[in-house]
Design a binder for this molecule. Sequence first.
Ligand SMILES: [Mg+2]
Length: 118
Amino acid sequence: MYKIMIVDDAQFMRVRLSKLLTGHGYEVVEAENGEQAVQTYRSIKPDAVLMDVTMPEKDGLEALAEIRGYDNQAKVVMLTALGQESMVLQAVQAGAKDYVVKPFDPDRVLRALQKALG
Ligand SMILES: [Mg+2]
């Protein structure tokens, strides 16, 4: 069973994504900011990560860079808001596999994850 780390500072978003993924047979672990994401990644080693861009403590781009620095095979899909196109470009250059724009389409999230997992 694939283990996916969901990273978002909005609890409702974590809950919705968690329900979606567990409902499709994924195991889920959550983090609520970039700092927690980096620490949790190191201890849990998830198969893939779904990560928000805008978060306190450490944002998604910084966390992405740290996670990829620790594991250059890390499979990270970014969750972005409309109007964050420049961040998307930076994230892809920093090694993100894909991005999903919020409010997210569940099928789009599942497809992006499947693609990232290979
Ligand atoms: Mg956020």
